[in-house]
Design a binder for this molecule. Sequence first.
Ligand SMILES: [Zn+2]
Length: 75
Amino acid sequence: MERKVFQLGDIVQMKKNHPCGSNEMEIIRMGMDIRIKCVGCQHSVLIPRAKFEKNMKKVLRSKNAGEESQESNEK
Ligand SMILES: [Zn+2]
């Protein structure tokens, strides 16, 4: 099972799209719970870390790394 690496400020893709149609969420708070903000509609939600890790598909853009070097896990 692959380990998911994410950090504050990252833009992540969740398994399910947000009702507004966007699937990009920004991590705006990290702790025991994680707060993410929808890039499309700016709505933010607080979810438990375990649930977040389960529902996150992948990191789209890492704030610090800038251009994310893609690992070879296409499909
Ligand atoms: Zn939204």
